[in-house]
Design a protein around this ligand. Structure first.
Ligand code: CAA
Length: 379
């Protein structure tokens, strides 16, 4: 049984579930309504090791591996999808340093990120560069002992609260993805400021902002990897990020299924519960089957990562399938709730709005299909 969990994975899953039910579930609706980013809760997650789950203990992490990480994100997302994206991006932001950072960068930043003492974000997207990050324009001019940054990043998850930014910028004269490099930028560096906050349809308890760099000096020792490696570093981080988002989407879909089942059991029409009608049963059967498939695809990608095997296309398959599943599950859950589902009195309207982002960020469904198809056509 490839997906039988070991004792440690099961323990982490239950620990995340317990945390989510106590610290997130009771407050998720209010945080969504008021747009509250729960920094205190994020700190608690850091103390529990949830922000550095895939970082080995010698660098301050939990060393729990990708399978445990996926299980934990799923449990967090079940109760609060906003907090799950915070967790996912915090973990993603450890990847560039873990895989490409030098020893001093690991000691200065990775250890503290993994222990939850620092919160990290990932800044790739720009106003004119979303699906095509190879066209990004934020300039990092080489000035010897430092780089001078000028430009703007957008849609940066928890950018207003992050202590350090994993930034991808253009250093070389080369066009496209060959002239990009990765940097660590600390909050408070002169010339770096947080710009506008996005007012979003869903995931309203996660923070999404613009980051502005104006003649911002970043010391040369904060260049991660060698110049020109920025695109590879970003893609490597996104491979991991995508299993996080697949897990988030699976968690949202599971919440939709549970809400749909609970409602179908108690709502009566034509003198019987609506769950006794085949129309409703088929929706529930399709939701449950797709959720199981999402879960297995995600764990399979995570297992490959844990084994050190290539997992790029598996991560894209998991992200594609799970995010589409979350949207379909939210649609059917709302349909089962009828008019009540369209009101703010029921949880499903939040799930519906939160699910919508999952087919867009960390690579749209169309980009995932492109990554998957390229693998087969190349072979
Ligand atoms: N790992 C390592 N290297 C990789 C890689 C990967 N997964 N994918 C590509 N590369 C390498 C390639 O091997 C290639 O190297 P060589 O030139 O040496 O052969 C190089 O990178 C260029 O690859 P491509 O030619 O495939 O590049 P492309 O420009 O055609 O783009 C793409 C490929 C898959 C479409 C990529 O641009 C992509 O993933 N786009 C989506 C971007 C995205 O996901 N943005 C999300 C923003 S972050 C976010 O949303 C976070 C949040 O806050 C929630």
């Amino acid at each position: 049984m490839p997906h039988q969990l070991n004792a440690e994975q099961e323990m982490i899953r239950l620990m995340a579930r317990d945390f989510a039910r106590k610290e997130l579930e009771p407050y998720a609706a209010e945080r969504d309504r008021e747009g509250i980013f729960p920094l205190d809760v994020v700190k608690k997650m850091g103390d529990l090791g949830f922000l550095g789950m895939m970082v080995p203990p010698e660098y301050g992490g939990a060393g729990a591996g990708a399978v445990s990480y996926c299980l934990a994100v799923q449990e967090i997302a079940y109760s609060c999808a906003s907090t799950a994206v915070t967790m996912s991006v915090a973990n993603l932001s450890t990847e560039p340093l873990l895989k490409f950072g030098d020893e001093s960068q690991k000691r200065r930043y990775l250890e503290r990120l993994a222990r939850g003492e620092l919160l990290g974000c990932f800044a790739l997207t720009e106003p004119g560069a979303g699906s095509d990050p190879g066209s990004l324009r934020l300039r990092a001019e080489d000035r010897g002992d430092h780089f001078l940054l000028n430009g703007t990043k957008v849609f940066i998850t928890h950018g207003a609260y992050a202590d350090v930014v994993n930034l991808i910028a253009r250093t070389g004269p080369d066009k496209g993805n060959k002239g990009l490099s990765a940097f660590i930028v600390e909050r408070g560096t002169p010339g770096f400021r947080v710009g506008a906050t996005e007012k979003k349809m869903g995931l309203r308890a996660s923070n999404t902002v613009e980051l502005v760099f104006e003649d911002c000096k970043v010391p040369r020792e904060n260049l991660v990897g060698r110049p020109g490696l920025g695109f590879t570093i970003a893609m490597t981080a996104l491979d991991s990020g995508r299993i996080g988002i697949a897990s988030q989407a699976t968690g949202i879909a599971r919440a939709c299924l549970d809400e749909a089942v609970a409602y179908a059991r108690q709502r009566r029409q034509f003198g019987r519960t609506i769950g006794s009608f085949q129309a409703i049963q088929w929706m529930i059967a399709d939701m449950a089957t797709s959720i199981e498939a999402s879960h297995l695809l995600t764990l399979e990608a995570a297992r490959s990562k844990d084994l050190g095997l290539p997992f790029t296309s598996q991560a894209s398959m998991a992200k594609l399938f799970a995010s589409e599943t979350a949207n379909k599950a939210a649609y059917h859950c709302l349909q089962i709730h009828g008019g009540y589902g369209y009101t703010m009195d029921f949880k499903v309207e939040r799930l519906y709005r939160d699910a919508r982002a999952t087919t867009i960020y960390e690579g749209t469904s169309e980009i995932q299909r492109l990554v998957i198809a390229r693998r087969f056509l190349k072979e």
